[in-house]
Design a protein around this ligand. Sequence first.
Ligand SMILES: Nc1nc2c(ncn2[C@@H]2O[C@H](COP(=O)(O)OP(=O)(O)OP(=O)(O)O)[C@@H](O)[C@H]2O)c(=O)[nH]1
Length: 435
Amino acid sequence: MKIDDAPLPKSRNLDVLSEFEKSKNKNNASFVVVGHVDAGKSTMMGRLLLDLKVVDQRTVDKLRREAEIIGKSSFALAWVLDQQSEERSRGVTIDIATNRFETDRTVFTILDAPGHKDFIPNMIAGASQADFAVLVIDASIGAFESGLKGQTREHSLLIRSMGVSRVIVAVNKLDTVSWSEERFNEIKDQVSGFLSATGFQQKNVSFVPVSGLHGDNLVRRSSDAAASWYTGPTLVEELDSSEPNARALEKPLRMTVSEVYRTMQSPVTVFGRIDAGSLQMGDALLVQPSGEKAYVKSIQVDDEPADWAVAGQNVVLHLSHIEPIHVRVGDIICDPAKPIPRADTFIMKALAFDFLMPMQVDVHRGRLHAAGRIEAISAVLDKVTGAVTKKKPKIVKPAMVARIVVKLEAQVPLEAGQRVVLRSGGQTVAAGLLE
Ligand SMILES: Nc1nc2c(ncn2[C@@H]2O[C@H](COP(=O)(O)OP(=O)(O)OP(=O)(O)O)[C@@H](O)[C@H]2O)c(=O)[nH]1
């Protein structure tokens, strides 16, 4: 394929940070939706997008007819998101808008279609970029109890390990228990106890009673008389009043590549989130691990052309002077003057979810998955102080914190402070920070 090496757009040498200050941009916030299988995650987000008019009723009606043909009409709302992910995986066109919605104050991005079959790796990727999490709990009898034993626990531990500290718990399907306030309070007590034990601070956790299917307390208040005991904020109001994480605007540029595809503007178009720093049209960039240079031909932020973009924004970049084979999902785009280093070995402080010993592991960092091995366990650490309590243990037990050395099969972009999850045999075995 011929690479795009047309003359570069002239850099306007903007002072991006002061442009950003001047622009009355809305807040940008991203969140992940987690919870036990069938808790109603996709339905809830489908309904939210419908009620906010991001998706129109016609689309939902069409999906409902299709769903009825196979006897699954209750899945029509969930398909709003699922259809989206299929469309994306075909890779030709990309419509990011359906995963985004706005309030007066904030532009929200829903990270990852919740119905994805390979859910946990995607959730890890999403959570590593999320400001908040929406934890969906199925309030129907029996389902709550099995959820708490099931993925609710693993998901909560994972999002905490990935650095998410704000959780909005959507206590869902309250229509199936006649909007029982007692049931809501019982769930609230148990889940808040369990979230504090997982490391979330009470002040960062809130609970909203909802019905995703009917749209009660998502965008509009429930009109069901049985639900009148709840006078607190709706889910969208809770999201809107949450402060996104501070943006690392002044740090060197780091952008994680979530998607790579072709467009009219460029054979190498990338979509991803700027994790740190800023960029502008005409900038030279370095793609890691390929180590290849590229230039920013044009930028799109929130579907509009833009001259610049900053940390916290999800952006589309049209690149020039680079071949498609040099950019892959999971890569990091950085400032050539301050590049992210590549390495095949790293040391991390890991919270063990399972027994750890020298063993094969899959390493997940954001969207990157790489095969690797726990080479050595240097020490067991005190959970609070981080002091070494035992050197060179043979094995680390679940819930312990340890310093471990991981070797990867290939070089990847790595730097201190990144959050990494280790999985083995489809289970999460550890999570923590690169040292
Ligand atoms: N009664 C009732 N049913 C609901 C509600 N929300 C979802 N459901 C139903 O619960 C089932 C599962 O919903 P999904 O949205 O597919 O659940 P999910 O959590 O996304 O499921 P996975 O993606 O498979 O993990 C569907 O049949 C929905 O119609 C609700 O608020 N009330």
